[in-house]
Design a protein around this ligand. Structure first.
Ligand code: NAP
Length: 356
């Protein structure tokens, strides 16, 4: 089988590097184009990331020698089958629609189009049916092959699937979540070491609003070519930057319309269907939600890499004296919450015939 040709917009950044690294040896996708700012353009990829390559593995040999293209040079990328976008949001705003209009599907990590009315925001295990809106998106804009699909914010990954697993049967009412987010979530160089070492910063620009609103779109529905948000529950979020490298941890308290029992919750997490096994998506975790029985898990360092960094680990389920229940959730922010999550969306698109 000929591999599907993939471009990465923002290939030199923290998320872009994670895409380059994770896609090495992918059975369906091959990185053929790397794109970044005009200041990186014209250099080999290895040169462009010299001194700022942050992945544990070396730069894959097949990508090290690729010449970085400027995002403005759309013609150089036209023969890609699709692109991942890991551009800063203000840059994504200028370019993602131009790429889609030129016939190149875009799977984006940027927040730019998360609330565009006909752009699906996908968590493959939770709302794969939202891909149905792509045809309407293309029709409304006169695009024949291109489209835009986005991945939600990294901070919500550790609790949306566990809550979605309960919403259908028990109807969520209120959620209070406090996140402890790793420094890689701020890109490179990110937060200055002087600001974050020996410290917790109780502010991440825009993150609390994203955490409170994005789950409503993900759990929402499609009507007349636009998303209708699920307004039946409310989330209150506190987002903190903490001095860990990777892995966003969240402590979550919640109340449902019908109070589930402990057994109800654990059974639904255990049986949470995830992406259908028969699709054989290479990046799908074997089990999407893993419950740890130990009283002191999940822990960032011990659990963030579970199942290639794609599983959500939960633990410490206990009754809450104010709300009904509380638990701790953890996910890897640059894998599940960024590049790995984007790759899983692309695999789902390919399995459904949208790309390839
Ligand atoms: P980053 O490390 O700062 O990388 C930014 C990328 O954008 C670089 O490749 C950079 O290229 C490129 N860029 C900057 N200015 C540009 C311009 N004028 N034209 C074209 N390209 C330009 O950021 P990141 O952490 O990888 O985040 C990338 C996106 O993913 C952001 O939208 C972020 O919100 C989102 N995200 C990040 C995470 C995370 O955990 N880090 C998780 C989920 C989503 P040069 O190297 O040439 O400057």
């Amino acid at each position: 089988m000929n591999k599907i040709r993939v471009g990465i917009l923002g290939a030199t950044g923290m998320v872009g590097q994670q895409y380059v690294s994770l896609l090495e040896g992918h059975p369906w996708f091959e990185v053929t184009h790397v794109v970044a700012s005009p200041s990186s353009a014209g250099k080999s990829y290895a040169e462009a990331v010299k001194g700022r390559w942050h992945m544990k593995k070396d730069i894959p040999a097949g990508v090290a020698g690729l010449v970085v293209q400027s995002v403005e040079n759309l013609d150089a990328v036209k023969d890609c089958d699709f692109v991942f976008s890991a551009l800063d949001s203000d840059i994504a705003k200028i370019w993602e629609e131009k790429y889609a209009e030129a016939g190149i599907p875009v799977v984006s990590n940027a927040s730019t189009h998360r609330h565009t009315k006909d752009v699906p925001m996908i968590m493959p295990e939770v709302n794969p049916h939202h891909l149905d809106i792509i045809k309407e998106q293309q029709k409304a804009r006169g695009w024949s092959r291109g489209f835009i699909v986005v991945k939600p914010n990294c901070s919500i990954q550790s609790y949306v699937a566990p809550l979605a697993a309960l919403h259908k049967d028990f109807k969520l009412k209120s959620v209070i979540v406090t996140t402890m987010q790793a420094i890689s979530g701020a890109g490179f160089p990110g937060v200055a070491s002087y600001d974050i070492l020996d410290n917790v910063v109780p502010f991440i620009g825009g993150e609390e609003t994203k955490s409170e609103i994005e789950p409503r779109k993900i759990l929402g529905s499609i009507k007349d070519g636009a998303f209708v948000y699920d307004e039946s529950f409310t989330i209150s979020a506190h987002c903190n930057r903490v001095p860990t490298i990777d892995g966003h941890l969240a402590t979550v308290s919640f109340t449902c319309e019908t109070k589930p029992s402990r057994e109800d919750i654990l059974v639904r997490w255990k049986n949470f269907r995830g992406v259908p096994q028969e699709l054989n998506l290479p990046f799908a975790p074997k089990q999407a939600i893993i419950y740890r029985e130990e009283e002191n898990r999940p822990q960032v360092r011990l659990d963030r890499d579970t199942d290639k960094g794609m599983a959500v680990t939960v633990g410490r389920l206990r009754e809450d004296p104010v709300m009904q229940w509380k638990f701790v959730g953890l996910s890897h922010n640059t894998i599940r919450g960024a590049a790995g999550g984007g790759i899983l969306i692309a695999e789902l698109l390919r399995a459904n015939g949208y790309i390839g």
